[in-house]
Every structure is written in C-alpha cells, then in structure tokens.
Design a protein around this ligand. Structure first.
Ligand code: HEM
Length: 518
C-alpha cells in the first residue's frame, strides 16, 4: 500500500532529485509498485475534482442553491427540460424568491443582466473545447465590447434589408412534395416532421442567409450530413465538462473532419464573392470593415444559430396543434379568413397583426418548449448587488430561459390566448416571454424567424389537417433530443398529415379575434 514515513521525507526528496523518475518505484523503502502509485495519484486527482465540484466557493455561499447532485443527470444524457422541470421551479416556488445561484437566476436578475453589456459581458468559453475550433473566435457570438458592436451592427443591418417571404413560400411547397401521400389511393401520410423541419430550416437559412442552396428538403445534402456528424462528435458530455481532455488526448480524426468542414465554409464564402445575391451574406460582404476570417466565423455561427432553433420551434408548434385539434381548427379558420384558400402569403398578410391567433400559437410554442433553454454565460466584470444579493466580480451567470417560461400561470398548458387576453394574469406571463433573449444581445434574426414560422404554419394549415399517430413516442408528452448546447428540439416526431379535401373559403372573423378555445 501507499505509505510515507514522514521523518524520512527530506531524505526521499533528495533521493528523488538525484535519480531519474523511472527508478523511484524500485527503491526498496517505497513499498509500492508503479501501478499502485499511478492509481493512487489518479484517485487523489478524482477525489480533488469531485470535492471541488461539491464545494461552493466561499464567496458564493450566501446564495440559495440547488444541490449539484440533482444536476449531474446531464452526464447520462437527461434532457434539459426534464431536469429543470423536476428541480428548479419547485425549489424556486418553495423559496418564494425565484431561481437560484450559482447556476440559475431570477427573471429580474436575468433582465438586468441582459441589458447591461459592460457589467455583464459574455463569458469567454473554456479553452480547448473542440466546438470553438469549428465556430472560431471572431464572430458576433464570441466577442464583447466594441468588436461585438461592429459585428452586431453589420449583421443586424443585413437582416433588416428584407424578409424573404417568397422564398419561405417556395420552400413550403417543396415540403408538400415530401409530405403528400406517395400514392393517390390514400390521402394520409405519416412523416418524421422533426427531420423535415430541420431540412426546411436549413434551406431557409441556406438560400436567404448564406446564399447557398443546400437543397436539403429534396436531397440528402452531404454538407449537412458532415455537419451533423461533426456536431455529434462535439457533443461528448465528458469532453464538454473537462475540455482539457481534448488537449491531453486530441481526437485527430474529429479535428480533421472539423477542419474539412471549415474549409467547405471558406469555399462557400469565396463562391459568394464571385456570385453575389440578395442574401444576408452578400450584404455583409459589402462591409469593408469585416475581414475574411470574421466573415467566415460569422457564416458558421449564422448556419448553426439559424436552423436548429427554427426547426425546434416549428416541430413544437406542429406537435401542439396535432394534440389540440380545436386550436388547430381555430388557427386554420383565421388563416383562411385572411389569406383565402390559395393565394401566396405576403409580408402584409403574414404580419403578426394580420394573424393574431396564429402568431399567439407560435409565441406559445416558443414559450412552452423554448428552442434555446439558456443563453451564453455572462460574467460580472465588477462586484454588483442585484436585489438582496451581492454578486462578486468574475461570477458566471446563466439566464435560464426555460425556467423563466415555467415559473407561473399553468406553465405546462399550451394556451395561446395568454398572448391575446388583456388581463393582469396574462400580462405577467407575457412579460416573462424571452425565447429570443432580451436586451442588446437578443437574437438579431427574431423577425426573420417569426416570418419563417408563420409562412410554413400558414401553408401547412391550408393544405393539411394533422394528428399524432397512436403509437407516437410523444403521446404522453413532447420529448426533446439530448443536446449539450442548450438546444431543445423534439426528436422522432412522426405526424400523420391528411390532405384537406375542400379548401373552404374564409369564415367571418374580426381582426381582434380571440379564440374561444379555453
Ligand atoms: C425560433 C428561432 C430562434 C430562436 C428561438 C433564437 C434564439 C436566440 C437567443 C435566445 C439568442 C441569445 C443567445 C445568447 O445571448 O446567448 C440568440 C442569439 C443569436 N441568434 Fe437566434 N434564435 C432563433 C433564430 C435565429 C436565426 C434564424 C438566426 C440566423 C439565421 C439566428 C442568429 C442568432 C445570432 C447570430 C445570435 C447572436 C447574437 C449576439 O450575440 O449578439 N437566430 N438567438
């Protein structure tokens, strides 16, 4: 076993210093073989790491906290919403003061954190994580201060130019080709809608933002396949928790695969230079202040940020309309009233004010299963007091959107009218609605995403009625895929679509329509 005799420690130190390390195990006074030595060292290191994990640093001990054991269900792959649902709101309600630190925070703290960028900049990511090799550091997501302002201005200006409603409509029609029953004998067809939603969102971002047609709806894009593979490699919980392992044991195959993908983005960028279009990337290329590296890194961020999020929102919407046929019927009624049975949507007919009920359904889907469950961590640059809590400098804060959306007011019930009613109860709920975050760093593509969601929803509602198959894995509640990157995206969502026989003309609904569905 491992025994040290302390009175002789000095002579051992001298002895160690005089000999090559490989000899130490052979000294007759050290009653230890090499394997035991290394295992003991390893056990000590593990004990140290675990004790650090379980001990809240002394300067943060004044915060209420959730026992960390409740949170480690992350490691075996428990999805974010299940973990939060089980632990955070019950704990917060019991305390009567919102959520908890050091990991979870109150809504009012969250809002202040989002507003003040100089006091709460984005925290620099842990060194060594492979994901950063892919995303790069010169983009809107990773930068702070004046650099972030520059990127944010360029990207927001590019998104403000126009909303590609026509393009969203064409893509919806492409999707019909996949959803329609393969033979004329049947008018129903069951498809994996979560997968289709991802392909739709990819094509939306591809052509309108990056200026490249992935043609993901109709074909199996190799580019997309490669990207999904790289993201799966990135999603290793052990490496995410201990990024130093990536340096100690570099995964050469994964690194090569990732570098190849980055090279593909470089090629897309070069092609865009010689073949400009009316997309977001073309507009960014016209900005002389953006370097080649900055453009490429932002291109990757826009690609990642722009498709899984929208796909998640669309799948959640389609799921809730499937299990609540009365809400689906009411939304369809409004759509037919505003757009009629066949005309293509326009920027006006698709606006939130033209389709208030449809819009409320989308907002409710983004609330109940928000595609991004928490934002990039912020870090305090200085000591600050929020409410009754003193927060020391260099404290990492995470604004948990999912928890904020599930604090009060029947949070687990899909109830679009909460966004239409003008009661005190509904106004509290509306103010706690932050799927795109808030403050200066809120999503720059919020409007784009809203139109994208409304366009597909409108087109689907006119063309089909849909329901959840009896053997669906979601029949007892919506299930999200595991994601280490805070994404909440339903998986294997099979939906049975039935082609509508008669495209009925509009009913008689007023502009202030509030659905009578409870
Ligand atoms: C329903 C769809 C979407 C949701 C729910 C969503 C949500 C969010 C949220 C919560 C943030 C803040 C993240 C943080 O501060 O850590 C964010 C930021 C961002 N989003 Fe979105 N997003 C959506 C669609 C999109 C799309 C379609 C794009 C681009 C094509 C996009 C691009 C970005 C970018 C570039 C940022 C970083 C902004 C910054 O740091 O200044 N998002 N989004």
């Amino acid at each position: 076993m491992f025994t040290f005799r302390t009175p002789r420690i000095d002579s051992y130190m001298k002895w160690f210093a005089e000999r090559p390390t490989s000899c130490i195990f052979h000294h007759r006074d050290l009653i230890m073989d090499p394997a035991t030595f290394w295992w003991s060292l390893f056990s000590l290191a593990i004990t140290f790491v675990i004790s650090q994990l379980f001990t809240v640093p002394s300067h943060l001990r004044h915060f209420p906290r959730v026992p960390i054991l409740l949170l480690v269900s992350y490691l075996p792959g428990e999805v974010e919403d299940m973990r939060i649902k089980r632990h955070i709101p019950p704990y917060a309600n019991e305390r009567g003061e919102g959520l908890v630190l050091p990991i979870f925070i109150l809504l009012w703290i969250a809002l202040q954190v989002s507003e003040n960028l100089s006091l709460f900049p984005n925290e620099l990511p842990p060194d060594g994580l492979l994901l950063w090799r892919f995303i790069g550091y010169s983009n809107i997501l990773m930068l702070n201060g004046d650099q972030w302002k520059k990127h944010s201005r360029v990207i927001r200006d590019a998104f403000n130019l126009s909303i590609p409603v026509k393009h969203f409509t064409t893509l919806s029609k492409n999707l019909f080709d996949v959803i329609n029953p393969p033979s004329e004998e049947s008018d129903t067809h069951t498809v994996d809608f979560s997968e289709l939603a991802q392909r739709f969102a990819l094509d939306a971002v591809g052509s309108s933002v990056l200026g490249h047609d992935f043609d993901a709806i109709r074909t199996e894009s190799l580019f997309v396949k490669e990207y999904n593979g790289v993201m799966r490699n990135n999603a290793n919980p052990i490496c995410l928790i201990m990024p130093f392992l990536e340096k100690a044991f570099p995964r050469k195959g994964v690194i090569k695969r990732m570098d190849n993908l980055v090279d593909r983005f470089k090629v897309l960028l070069q092609t865009k230079r010689s073949d400009p279009g009316d997309d977001v990337m073309t507009s960014m290329l016209e900005e002389p202040i953006m370097s080649e590296e900055e453009l490429r890194d932002n291109m990757i961020v826009l690609f990642i940020a722009g498709h899984d999020t929208s796909a998640g929102g669309l799948s959640t919407l389609v799921y809730f309309l499937a299990i609540r046929p009365e809400i689906q019927a009411a939304a369809r009624e409004e759509v037919l009233h505003v757009l009629g049975p066949t005309s293509d949507p326009s920027i006006t007919t698709l606006s939130a004010s033209s389709l208030p009920y449809m819009n409320a359904c989308i907002r409710e889907a983004l609330r109940i299963n928000t595609p991004i469950s928490y934002i990039v961590p912020r870090i305090t640059t200085d000591a600050v007091t929020l409410g009754k809590y003193y927060i020391p400098p260099n404290t990492s804060l995470i604004y948990n959107i999912y928890a904020v959306h599930h604090i009060c007011g029947d949070p687990h019930i899909f109830w679009p009218n909460r966004f239409l009613e003008k009661t005190e109860r509904s106004s509290i709920l509306k103010n706690a609605w932050v799927p795109f975050a808030s403050g200066p760093r809120q999503c720059p593509a919020r409007n784009f995403a809203f139109y994208e969601q409304r366009a597909l929803a409108v087109m689907l509602l006119r063309e089909y009625e849909w329901s959840l198959p009896a053997d669906s894995i979601h029949k007892n509640g919506l299930k999200n895929a595991f994601s280490p990157f805070a994404l909440m995206i339903p998986h294997d969502l099979h939906i049975t679509f039935t082609k509508r026989k008669s495209l009925r003309p509009a009913g008689r609904l007023g502009a202030g329509f509030i659905c009578s569905v409870p």
